[in-house]
Design a protein around this ligand. Structure first.
Ligand code: ADP
Ligand code: MG
Length: 589
């Protein structure tokens, strides 16, 4: 499918939706209104759960806060529903931010669990507030008016609902393809990698959570003025579960999945309510849940990722042009060669009783390649984790270009100019090579959530994309920028990590076993690349087991054993050292 076809199909769909009130019966239009409102909530869950990997059962409660806020403003206080919208968004956003700030730092299922508790709490709170009508709710909510036009009938509010939904889809689409959107997409699979690229993962999670709550708030506002009545029941946890189901059935990683899922579940629920009483008149509501569960199990068997990716699997791949030429991103000036760049002093790291790094000191001058070698378990990777702030030291100090970074956060160290790769490759396999490398440009770019959503980042984005392509070409992976990273052989995944690190324009490159899994030719190419990086003034610290590779590449070698420093010197001297031969080379080198 080429982009033109995609645009044509999209335009046809938008037309079809726009003309719906002309060809649908009033009842179907009101069903479409529900689908639109629910799809807004599901869209929030696509971003939160499908993209960001956070599960929330509390979206219906956010929707409820917004619905009650606008009901109070318009029906009880007699003010404009538009003021209701303002209060709905402010209140929902504030509650989500507070809730997120408390729970998002917790690992595991705490967020999901707390959203259940929160959903329950809201239901009972609304039910027991006499000012808000207790369990019978608030009636006589006025319709929304635009100018002198009152949106009273289903056909009238239809346009507002679908306009807001389509705007939400468009902004989300833009966002996901921007700097912050890529950070959101990278959240799944742990913090270590994103933080090493300078991303504040907590902040990205929090904003994603607030965005999803705000989408639910729009839905709640529309819902209140569409039904002209609110009560606690439509916002209880059952509904929260249904929203999650919509996002999952539609395809929680896909924006369109929100509409498809909301449509499917709403229509299904509707027809189950219509036909079930005919088949089993006496059982009613109970059976509905059984039918639903059965369908859900079938769905999990056959289209686990959701309907959208299932269908998309049968469509031809979209063809995409490689990024265009652009101005280069701003670049650092590398420090003068030979200046002291990094000093580690008496660094120690304990894991319980185990001393993984024991009183290790070394330094590194600008422009040098230093090889760190030692048997498995010697503490090399732990040393790297200390330098990059991935782990705190138990004792010791680390300085990087005249700054004490001993207790600095990982992302601060990344911003200061240390870029790394991981011994156990940390990529996002479901993102393209280009997007993975674009993650590396995070510290060199600025666009925030709003700039991304409203496409105000065009120039920077173009520059970043070109830079990412350039780095891919530099490491020899430039021919298929849109291939998914997970499809690469492991050796090339390591090389892709190097491209990502280079995209950060680092001062110091820290590589943990980059040549592992590479074939001989690929190793030679990698060695050439590293040499040319050194020529350009980059400083490199490398752990590598292939002795030939290390000896021919580095200026200096530093040997660790059992967490301690064994010796250091130029490659020839280290190779000749009897202790090294015994400890590491088994006396054969
Ligand atoms: P190397 O990279 O030199 O092979 P590592 O730094 O990975 O060695 O490991 C050094 C020692 O520290 C090993 O004994 C390892 O089991 C231990 N270790 C590393 N990381 C952790 C951790 N997160 N928790 C507990 N022990 C660890
Ligand atoms: Mg290691």
């Amino acid at each position: 499918m080429n982009p033109r076809t995609v645009r044509l199909v999209t335009a046809a769909l938008v037309l079809l939706i726009a003309a719906a009130p002309l060809y649908l019966a009033p009842f179907s239009v009101s069903l479409m209104n529900y689908i639109g409102v629910y799809a807004l909530v599901a869209l929030g869950l696509v971003l939160l759960t499908g993209v960001g990997g956070m599960v929330s059962f509390g979206q219906s409660a956010f929707m409820g806060i917004a619905a009650y806020a606008t009901a109070w403003v318009s029906a009880i206080e007699g003010l404009s529903p538009w003021l209701g919208l303002v209060l709905a968004l402010v209140l929902t956003g504030a509650v989500a931010a507070a809730l997120g700030a408390v729970t998002l730092r917790l690992k595991g299922h705490f967020l999901s669990l707390s959203t259940i508790a929160w959903g329950l709490a809201i239901y009972f709170t609304f039910g027991n507030l006499p000012g808000l009508g207790n369990y019978s709710g608030i009636t006589a909510i006025p319709p929304i008016s635009i100018g002198s036009m009152k949106l009273e009938t289903s056909e009238e509010i239809y346009y507002l609902i679908w306009a807001i939904l389509l705007a939400g889809m468009l902004l989300s689409y833009n966002l996901l393809n921007s700097r912050m959107g890529r950070a959101m997409r990278a959240l799944r699979g742990g913090n270590a990698m994103v933080e090493s690229l300078g991303v504040n993962a907590f902040y990205v999670r929090l904003v994603t959570f607030v965005i999803s709550a705000l989408l639910a708030a729009f839905a709640g506002w529309l819902y209140a003025h569409m039904n002209r009545f609110v009560s606690p029941t439509p916002f209880d946890v059952t509904m929260g579960i249904e929203f999650l189901m919509m996002a999952m059935v539609g395809g929680s990683g896909y924006l369109l999945g929100a509409i498809v899922g909301a449509a499917l579940i709403t229509l299904l629920k509707n027809s189950v309510q219509d036909y079930l009483p005919l088949i089993a008149p006496s059982v009613g509501g109970q059976l509905e849940i059984v039918v639903f569960s059965a369908l859900f199990i079938v769905f999990l068997q056959y289209a686990r990722e959701g309907i959208v990716p299932f269908v998309a699997g049968f469509l031809p791949e979209p063809r995409r042009q490689p990024p265009e030429m652009a101005e280069p991103l701003p670049q650092r000036t590398q420090p003068a060669p030979g200046r002291m760049l990094l000093t580690a002093e008496a660094c120690t790291r304990r894991f319980g009783g185990l001393v993984a790094v024991n009183d290790v000191s070394f330094d590194l001058k600008s422009g040098e390649i230093l090889g760190l070698i030692g048997p498995n378990g010697a503490g090399k990777s732990t040393m790297f984790n200390l330098l990059t702030g991935a782990l705190p030291v138990s004792a010791g100090t680390i300085r990087f270009s005249d700054t004490d970074i001993t207790h600095a956060a990982q992302r601060k160290i990344a911003r200061a100019g240390i870029a790394r790769t991981f011994q156990h490759v940390k990529l996002r396999p479901r993102m393209s090579l280009l997007d993975n490398v674009l993650l590396g440009t995070y510290t060199r770019t600025k666009a925030g959530f709003l700039a991304g959503a409203f496409h105000l980042d065009r120039r920077e984005e173009k520059e970043a994309r070109y830079e990412a392509l350039r780095q891919l070409e530099r490491v020899g992976l430039g021919d298929k920028p849109y291939e998914l990273a997970g499809n690469l052989p492991l050796g090339n995944q390591r090389v892709l990590e190097i491209a990502r690190a280079l995209a950060a324009d680092p001062i110091l490159l820290v590589l943990d076993e980059p040549a592992a899994g590479l074939r001989r030719q690929e190793k030679l190419a990698l060695a050439n690349l590293l040499r040319s990086l050194k020529q350009e003034g980059l400083t490199i610290l490398i752990v590598e087991h292939d002795m030939e590779f290390v000896m021919n590449l580095v200026d200096r070698i530093f040997v660790m054993e059992f967490g301690s420093k064994l010796c250091e010197g130029n490659p020839a001297a280290v190779r000749a050292d009897a202790r090294v031969q015994e400890a590491y080379l088994g006396g054969v080198a």
